[in-house]
Design a protein around this ligand. Sequence first.
Ligand code: CP
Ligand code: NVA
Length: 328
Amino acid sequence: MSLVGRDFLKLLDFTPEEIQELLDLAIQFKKEKKEGVAHRIKEGKNIVLIFEKPSTRTRCSFEVAAYDLGMHVTYLDPQGSQIGGKESIADTARVLSGIYDGIEYRGYGQDIVEELAAFSSVPVWNGLTTEFHPTQILADFMTIREHFRRLKGIRLVYMGDARNNVGNSLLVGSAKMGLDFTVCAPEKYFPDASLVEKCREIANENGGVIKFISDPDVAVIDADVIYTDVWVSMGEPSEVWEERISELSPYRVTSEIMSKTAPGAIFMHCLPSFHDLNTSIGKKIGEMYGIDCMEVTNEVFESACSLVFQQAENRMHTIKAIMASTLL
Ligand code: CP
Ligand code: NVA
């Protein structure tokens, strides 16, 4: 099956077979990289990375994956281009697709990356929008597959703000790949009802299960994977911290929570994470609210069941698979 010329905007656009194929290719690239086998199969191509929000993993993954494939990269930071200020998304798409072979976009509304793709003649890849973070979920599923040797039937519990890009994309990905997915959060943090309805239909076709359980002690029983993300996402106002801390603290991933899961359960996080006070924001918020961590304790983050750095490495292998598969 060929993905050549396709955009990678959200997992809803891909079949389970196509997602499987991308994961297979990422696993192959990882093996080749570890064995020192070169795979410069896109030699001489050029890509541009548009970042309207900060990034460590996604930017570095696109850059290193591009270099490994033999490509050249231009990075545009939030202040470094005319996008959205003096030049519309539609004009930007037509300009950049005349110069480059592929375009990555990280920023705000999903409608922006969809518009970029509609006006671009080369593949556009979503490096995170307010609504979706599809490249993240490929890395997460690669990590789960490496660890458990399968995806189907894996009991994945997502704790915290499930309305955000990572929560939404895990919901879609789980429905596509037949996982047993539980959102564990207060009801107001559940994903949008229309997305849930769509995902229930997809899950029914693929043997997946979608559940919503607000009691953490009940939700995590027999879980294979506990996944969480930050309580306040990029682009949200700092005024929401107080409310999030008060409403989501019962959903912090602690050793007590992990002790209720299935034997051999793992902890996952897309990162960056507020698991201690060793960051400027973490320190400030920690001092303001008298806490030493937010969505996960340092004990769980640093424990043997935490696969967060394997997940982070897999961002690069999966992004490489996306670019290698879609570039013309
Ligand atoms: N997980 C993730 O997207 O990290 P960055 O914000 O560092 O890219
Ligand atoms: N939900 C987070 C994910 C960061 C990778 C955010 O959007 O800030």
